[in-house]
Design a protein around this ligand. Structure first.
Ligand code: M6R
Length: 604
């Protein structure tokens, strides 16, 4: 968790650092801080709260310096206080450090340093780093060596950027947490993610575990921990700054919901060939998955719902498949061997629980693939193969477009796996292909005609919100409920339609609207389940095509176009995203940054 940024260049770095931090706030927003070389030493400003509050603090004081670092925090060690905010410094303020990750041996290091007289002022694990660097400086080492020696002592995960008083240099290291370098003529950046500096440069280098970089006005030196030069390729990212901003929308979430037609078009671009009636997933050669006997999909949260979607699709295609919560995987995983394919579904590619599951699968000899949105993410590097969903940056903490793109990519991947495992005729996608090709247009029509704002208003005063679905509608019901609860703070639950009568029906009242998803698979049963709730007073909102019987039976109706059952759930999900969005907006919730949550959950 946490977002870090560093900048070396001419002029004042403050503006760049603060803008970068705002663009990284999706990684955490418990506190924020910056440190710059101001001519007479290192000047630090930091406080609890969001970057906006830091900006107000800084406006009253002059803070000037061409080289600096910044941090936005999601608390792990110690509460979100001013003292625990980064940057952290040594006692003399000769060294300042920002860090994302967890230093597992911090207690031992802290005890050792405290014994030698180094004074700690925070509860964080991070504070050991500046003290450790200072310790080596006190031992007579020059800055770079002191940094390397300190890094060598750290155990755990980190992306660290440090600076030492009196020089225009940044030192950075990566182990298990993301760190990317941005390069423009005479200006260099270090950050947890590309949007931090996207308005200044598109040329980036993703660092790998074990990398140490030295950045000064002359450029960037890429080395290993011992200081040996290493080669790292630069890449051009094709995200423009506007894409990473809110544009005409009030919230990133709404913008990202509306980006789904584009995201889906990008996802399937060049990967399906409807004219020849085939999927053309060139990412994997035919035969890649031959010999696979079982597929396990591991993921968390929204990505888990996409994984469940993919798993149900695979089972329908006759491939043994299970979706598992990544955080349960170490205690309750089915057996793994070299004939198992483990698919880690993670939009960020940095979710600690999912990475742990992936690492376990790698250790035990499974074949591994990640389905991710972030090229250069840890999951993409550690899995045997990666399939990128190409959804573009998602800033809102609530995942929207990435869910849709993940589900569609898992359908394409599922087709490849089924053909490899069961023979070319296994997955009969003939009818699905034209529907897949037109899914961006269908989502567009749902967005253009949605009446979700009116539905949200009508049921604003409810006590609980239930979502039900069957087959591929079930993961969508779970996702609808997750979205609703995380941004409205209202109670919401998702159920398999048939489960309602096995307990949850006891909760149903006129104050518990039931959103029922109709995909075309056993809809009569789902309708019966919805009517069971309706008979007991619950208003029913049917998400279905206009000519569906449920549209007449239900109290309200959200329209989706007629399509294949395998894809109908994705269209229904767009309506449910909009219901959640409008409900949260009516309640004036901080939609893009719901309380207690962060976009990228890099702790277990
Ligand atoms: O980056 P990941 O897809 O691995 O993230 C997993 C979950 O933390 C994430 O899907 C979370 O549930 C959503 N942001 C909720 O909207």
């Amino acid at each position: 968790m946490c977002g870090i940024i560093g900048r070396v260049g001419d002029g004042n770095a403050i503006e760049t650092l603060l803008t970068g931090l705002e663009n990284l706030e999706y990684r955490g927003y418990d506190s924020a801080g910056v440190a710059v070389q101001n001519g007479s030493g290192i000047a630090v400003q930091k406080r609890s709260g969001k970057v906006e509050e830091l900006k107000e603090t800084i406006a009253d004081r002059s803070l000037d310096g061409a080289v600096g670092i910044g941090h936005t925090r999601w608390s792990t060690h110690g509460p979100p206080t001013d003292e625990n905010a980064h940057p952290h410094t040594d006692g003399t303020q000769d060294v300042a450090v920002v860090h994302n990750g967890i230093i597992e041996n911090y207690a031992e290091l802290k005890a050792r340093l405290a014994k030698r007289g180094y004074e700690f002022t925070s509860d964080t694990d991070t504070e050991v780093i500046p003290h450790l660097i200072q310790y080596y400086l006190d031992e007579g080492y020059e800055n770079e060596t002191a940094f390397r020696r300190a890094i060598d002592e750290l155990e755990g995960s980190y992306a660290v950027t440090a600076m030492c008083s009196g020089e225009h240099v940044l030192y950075a290291a990566r182990q298990g947490s993301p760190l990317v370098v941005g390069m423009e003529d005479g200006e260099y950046f270090l950050a947890s993610d590309v949007p931090a500096f996207l308005e200044y440069t598109e040329t980036v280098v993703y660092l790998e575990d074990g990398d140490v970089v030295i950045v000064d006005e002359e450029g960037v030196e890429f080395t290993d921990l011992e200081g040996n030069p290493i080669a790292r390729e630069s890449e051009t990212v094709d995200w423009d700054p506007e894409q990473a901003g809110k544009g005409e929308f009030d919230h990133f979430m709404l913008k990202e919901i509306h980006e789904q037609p584009t995201a889906l078009a990008q996802a399937i671009e060049g990967r399906i060939d409807p004219e020849n009636g085939r999927i053309a997933l060139s990412d994997f050669d035919p035969g890649t998955f031959e010999g696979i006997e079982a597929v396990q999909l591991v993921a968390c949260g929204t990505s888990y719902h996409a994984a469940l979607y993919g798993s149900l699709f695979l089972n329908q295609a006759g491939v043994r498949s299970t979706a598992l919560l990544a955080n349960e995987y170490s205690v309750a995983a089915p057996p793994i061997d070299e004939n198992t394919l483990v698919i880690a579904v993670t939009q960020s590619g940095e979710t600690a629980d999912t990475l742990n599951a992936l690492r376990r699968a790698n250790r035990e000899g499974a074949n591994t693939v990640t389905v991710s949105n972030v090229v250069g993410s840890t999951a993409a590097r550690e899995a045997d193969d990666a399939l990128f969903i190409r959804a573009g940056p998602e800033i809102g903490v609530a995942a929207t477009k990435t869910f849709s793109s993940q589900a569609v990519m898992l359908t394409l991947l599922g087709d490849r796996i089924a053909r490899d495992v069961r023979g070319e005729s296994a997955a009969d996608l003939e009818s699905l292909l034209p529907e897949l090709a037109s899914i961006p247009d269908r989502v567009e029509r749902v967005l253009e005609t949605s009446t979700a704002d009116r539905i949200a208003q009508r049921y604003e005063d409810s006590e609980s919100y239930f979502f039900i679905g069957r087959g591929l509608g079930f993961p969508v019901a779970l996702e609808g409920a997750l979205k609703f609860k995380e941004i409205t703070y209202e109670h919401a639950e998702g159920f398999a339609s048939g489960e309602l009568k096995h307990g949850p029906l006891a909760l149903v009242t006129p104050k518990t609207p039931v959103f029922a998803i109709f995909t075309g698979d056993e809809d009569e049963k789902t309708l019966k389940n919805a009517e069971e709730a309706q008979t007991r007073g619950a208003p029913v909102v049917a998400v279905c095509p206009d000519d569906h019987r449920a549209a007449d039976v239900a109290d309200e109706h959200l329209w989706i176009p007629n399509t294949e059952p395998d894809l109908a759930g994705l269209l229904a999900n767009v309506q449910l995203q909009l219901v959640s969005y409008h409900a949260a907006d009516l309640l004036d919730r901080p939609i893009d940054k719901p309380r207690n949550l962060a976009k990228s959950v890099t702790v277990e």
